[in-house]
Design a protein around this ligand. Structure first.
Ligand SMILES: Cc1cc2nc3c(=O)[nH]c(=O)nc-3n(C[C@H](O)[C@H](O)[C@H](O)COP(=O)(O)OP(=O)(O)OC[C@H]3O[C@@H](n4cnc5c(N)ncnc54)[C@H](O)[C@@H]3O)c2cc1C
Length: 545
């Protein structure tokens, strides 16, 4: 059954880019419909197990590509529901990056200074707070002590977790039952709904077509709530303005599928994808050495004292975020709790000469699981990912009822990307293998290729139409009225976790988007306070339209 409705604005996706746009437009008076392909779950529905059909498998999207897999959110709230909520600002040098194109990647209008007021707004809205050492779980303290032992610094990371509510349960990737993690379910999205926005879960957008009046028709299918491979009804919504915020792995796919009807897409749609230069290293600590060298110990046999328990990342080393270093040699190191399941399966035996997913050595490694310390590294890659051609529906060919798909991303790391990975791997070894503290197993691409939980740049902003899909107001070149506000708009790797930057860019884009909506006949104002009504962070820039 196909039906056609109409509204002012359709927002596609309800992660950071979608939620922020939905809130500002609805608060300003526009009629807003949010279409989200995943389910809409609340705190009490987030379950602590890995069973098929639990929140864990329902809210994730794991898409295997050729050389790069992407892990993301699949639910109302998007990646904010499953993320670790570490929220640093990108370092100043990131905005000056030249990358593979050999000239500034970011639009001239965006620097760390011009983005700071927008970072302030998101920081107030979620909120993001600094953590004290007293609240850092054991694993974070241990990494900090190892860094100090190696002559490096490490500090608690800024975080969107209310640490007084957090019980360190280690299930934050399945969604937070305690509402301690400040996901979008607690701020922008309820505020958007309070202002009249309608959110429709299990609605997967397939493509856009153009209307005679300059508006757009959004074509969606309803997804079965248990078996995501099954698509039910289809529908169409006519809108004066469309915000694409389906995430970096899906936004370019929707646009590529729409090309036959919408007309030629900018060259950069589906190109220049960045995995944010990520790697996972697994260190197996020698408990005797930890005691002798660092003077730290935890009670034997107590699961909850294991390094693997706690919040996600709590402590990071930012010594290499130094703008005077050459590009591709700058990276951050982050202690990370990565839960059993994926992390346990993929971890390689330190020093193994071949793949070691299974076997006796792996069994021995698993026996020592309490002594694992995972270090996540983020370096500068070369924007070498390319999407296409699009699958028939969705962003991937779905392989299982939930979670797993096979997508159209191809990623061939260049020598520059390998330099960043190798240097960050070496830094982890230098810190954790010093004086025999641990044996470190770096990530290997040999088995499943690279992976990322921070997909970026597949539809990026920029000043040069040849290498950017969007102008610096986030409007799709050649297609007025289509704006992209998710991670795909970020020009390249950030060397730190990206959600705060994605959100700050979305906040920054909003005055221009509201102006464009007005020009298209939508009765809407810009100027809403933070979702809870706060205005303290809204004084530095107050653009009105
Ligand atoms: C396990 C994990 C941990 C992370 N930890 C951190 C962290 O600590 N700090 C940090 O900064 N970042 C973290 N991230 C990354 C962060 O979650 C993302 O960078 C961020 O959510 C991206 O925001 P977005 O708006 O680009 O897209 P998303 O948040 O991914 O939102 C896109 C939404 O669009 C929906 N969608 C996709 N296709 C369609 C379609 N066709 N129709 C309708 N809806 C669609 C998706 O279901 C999703 O809800 C983590 C990610 C993961 C997976």
């Amino acid at each position: 059954m196909t039906s056609t409705e109409s509204t002012d604005v359709v927002v596609i996706g309800s992660g950071f880019g979608g939620a922020i746009a939905a809130y500002h437009l609805a608060a300003g008076g526009a009629r807003v419909l949010v279409l989200e392909r995943g389910p809409w779950l609340q705190a009490e529905e987030f379950e602590h197990d890995f069973k098929l059909g639990s929140s864990y498998t329902r809210v994730f999207d794991f898409v295997v590509g050729d050389g790069m897999s992407i892990l993301g959110g699949n639910c109302v709230g998007g990646g904010s529901v499953v993320y670790f909520a570490t929220m640093p600002r990108a370092p100043r040098f990131v905005f000056e990056r030249r990358g593979s194109i050999g000239r500034r990647m970011w639009p001239a209008s965006i620097t760390r200074d011009t983005l700071d007021p927008w970072y302030d707004r998101v920081t107030e809205a979620l909120p993001v707070t600094r953590q004290s050492w007293e609240k850092v779980p054991y694993a974070g303290g241990l990494f900090a002590a190892a860094c100090a032992h190696a002559g490096r610094t490490a500090n608690p990371s800024p975080s969107a977790v209310d640490v007084d509510e957090c019980v360190n349960c280690n299930w934050m990737m399945a969604g937070c039952r305690f509402d301690a993690k400040r996901s979008l379910l607690l701020n922008y999205l309820p505020a958007a709904v309070a202002h009249g926005a309608e959110i429709r879960p299990l609605h997967e957008v397939q493509r856009l077509t153009r209307l005679a009046d300059g508006g757009y028709r959004v074509h969606y299918r309803v997804v079965d709530e248990e078996d995501y491979r099954i698509l039910h009804d289809s529908g169409e919504i006519d809108a004066k303005l469309v915000i694409l915020a389906a995430g970096s792995g899906a936004t370019p796919v929707i646009l590529q599928r729409s090309e036959p009807d919408l007309g030629r897409m900018p060259h950069a749609v589906g190109r220049y994808f960045s995995g944010n230069g990520e790697r996972l290293n697994t260190a197996i600590l020698d408990e005797d050495k930890v005691r002798d060298v660092l003077g730290l110990s935890r009670p034997d046999g107590s699961a909850y004292a294991a390094y693997q328990i706690g919040r996600g990342p709590t402590v990071a080393s930012w010594d290499r975020l130094d703008g005077s270093l050459p590009e591709y040699e700058r990276f951050s190191l982050e202690q990370l709790y990565f839960p059993p399941g994926l992390g346990t399966i993929l971890a390689q035996v330190p020093g193994a000469t071949g793949p070691s997913w299974f076997g006796l050595e792996k069994k021995e490694m698993l026996r020592q699981w309490q002594s694992w310390l995972t270090i996540f590294t983020m370096s500068e890659d070369d924007n070498e990912g390319v999407f296409g051609p699009p699958p028939e529906t969705g962003n991937a060919h779905r392989l299982s009822m939930q979670m797993l798909g096979d997508g159209p991303l191809r990623y061939r790391p260049t020598a520059n990307t390998w330099r960043g990975w190798s240097l960050s791997d070496a830094a982890v070894k230098d810190i954790l293998e010093r004086d025999g503290l641990a044996r470190v197993a770096p990530w290997t691409n040999d088995l499943v290729g690279a992976y990322t939980v921070h997909p970026l740049a597949s539809c990026r902003i920029g000043d040069d139409p040849a290498t950017s899909a969007l102008d610096d107001r986030h409007e799709l070149r050649g297609h007025p009225g289509i704006f992209v506000t998710d991670g795909s708009a970020v020009p390249g790797a950030l060397t730190v976790n990206p959600a705060l930057t994605i959100a700050a860019l979305a906040e920054r884009a909003m005055p221009g988007i509201v102006r464009a909506a007005r020009e298209r006949g939508v009765a809407v104002q810009y100027g809403a306070p933070a979702p809870d009504g706060s205005t303290a962070a809204r004084v530095a820039v107050a653009p009105t339209v």
